[in-house]
Design a protein around this ligand. Structure first.
Ligand SMILES: Cc1cc2nc3c(=O)[nH]c(=O)nc-3n(C[C@H](O)[C@H](O)[C@H](O)COP(=O)(O)OP(=O)(O)OC[C@H]3O[C@@H](n4cnc5c(N)ncnc54)[C@H](O)[C@@H]3O)c2cc1C
Length: 354
């Protein structure tokens, strides 16, 4: 291992907890690397980019997408090393006490400390089980609602009957030309009030019914009709549509800690049994966000920030025992001096001057 390959902190997971841990590690002048499985940072918020988030302190209602943008910008403040599309499969520790992170592509990463910020694990949407369906993912087969605008004045069919599917149907009903919802069971599985709202709207629900075929338009590039089969009656029907949205839940990969040869206490078969100061049962490994469990844990985005700052402060003291237990507040922190001068200069510019 070359010296330049050794990091002070390696953060696993690029959701809110991982991004804030990365920012705060920079604030505490540590060399930090962030590793994320997905091709993009932002974590679980990508499941609800169009939703309004009201409960992050200091932020007036902000869409998930906007919050991701701001979290990422903040997370990258100190130019951390960021590795995307990389799954950390296991953690070991070598004879010198350095942690070694082994990834799915066969890479190894070396770090003095680790912050585990993997949330509920790696989430991938359950795909529609129809051969060849994936070719429509570039056109009109959707697994998430990234932008309501995409569905404006369109005929949309949503497959699924849980909270998210019903929620999307309710949100799209006033925007789309027509919303259909199809669900394999005989009653919807969402909250009663949401289901009632849907039933009282112009949306049409097909129960006991699944999409059994996707029929392409002449150029074979997009879906023009869906074949629906009612499993109670055996009836088959064809519906012309503009967009198909699948919400069949998520597959979850939670194997990281099980595969790792480090002795960390686990709660409920998955979570890191930690302390309110974000320590795991192993020195040098800390946790932040939804993966961390302790008395008083707040499973909100707001809670991830406290976990992250605590985890970073503990990592700092582990590497440098005489370091302060907490970082200097940002408003008095020398590390921002130069940037503050630039920002103030920017603010002092008269309006209209570019
Ligand atoms: C529909 C919905 C709505 C919500 N609304 C709100 C709300 O309004 N307000 C609020 O405060 N909270 C809300 N939440 C909860 C909030 O999204 C989570 O609490 C928050 O995202 C947790 O952040 P995290 O960083 O701990 O985990 P995540 O956001 O889950 O991020 C974990 C990241 O780790 C990555 N990862 C996992 N395993 C590995 C691995 N082995 N290697 C590399 N990378 C890995 C994942 O790909 C993911 O990007 C909502 C959640 C959902 C599902």
């Amino acid at each position: 291992m070359e010296q330049q390959d050794l990091f002070d902190v390696t953060v696993i997971g690029g959701g809110p907890a991982g991004l804030y841990s990365t920012f705060y590690s920079g604030l505490r002048e540590m060399k930090v690397k962030l590793i994320e499985y997905q091709p993009r940072l932002g974590g679980k918020i990508h499941v609800y980019p169009e939703k309004m988030i009201w409960d992050v302190g200091g932020l007036t209602p902000t869409t998930g997408e906007k919050l991701i943008e701001q979290l990422v910008e903040q997370g990258l403040t100190f130019n951390p090393t960021v590795v995307l599309n990389e799954k950390v499969e296991s953690i070991t520790r070598n004879e010198e006490g350095i942690f070694v992170l082994h990834t799915a592509s066969g890479q190894v990463h070396f770090s003095k400390t680790i912050i585990v910020a993997v949330g509920g694990g790696i989430l991938n949407p359950q795909k529609l089980e129809i051969d060849g369906a994936e070719r429509f993912e570039v056109s009109n087969l959707n697994y998430t609602v990234k932008s309501f605008n995409r569905f404006k004045d369109k005929t949309v069919i949503i497959s699924g009957g849980g909270n998210s599917a019903i929620d999307w149907a309710n949100e799209l009903e006033p925007i789309a030309k027509k919303v259909y919802l199809t669900y394999r069971k005989d009653s919807l599985a969402g909250h009663e009030s949401q289901s009632r709202q849907l039933m009282e709207s112009s949306a049409v629900c097909f129960l006991n019914t699944t999409i059994t075929k996707l029929i392409a338009c002449d150029d074979h590039e997009s879906i023009e009709h869906v074949e629906l089969t009612n499993h109670a009656t055996g009836e088959v029907s064809y519906l012309p549509i503009d967009e198909v949205i699948i919400n069949h839940g998520y597959e979850r990969d939670t194997s990281l800690l099980r595969n790792s040869k480090v002795d960390i206490a686990i709660a409920d078969n998955y979570y890191i049994e930690g302390t309110p100061a974000s320590e795991s049962s192993m020195e040098g490994i800390y946790a932040a966000g939804d993966i961390l469990k302790h008395e008083g844990k707040l499973n909100l985005i707001a809670g991830t920030f406290q976990d992250a700052a605590n985890a970073v402060n503990k990592a700092k003291q582990y590497i440098q025992p005489d370091a302060h237990g907490v970082g200097m507040v940002s408003s008095h922190n020398e590390i921002f001096k130069k940037r503050n001068r630039e920002l103030i200069k920017e603010m002092m510019k008269p309006a209209g001057v570019l």
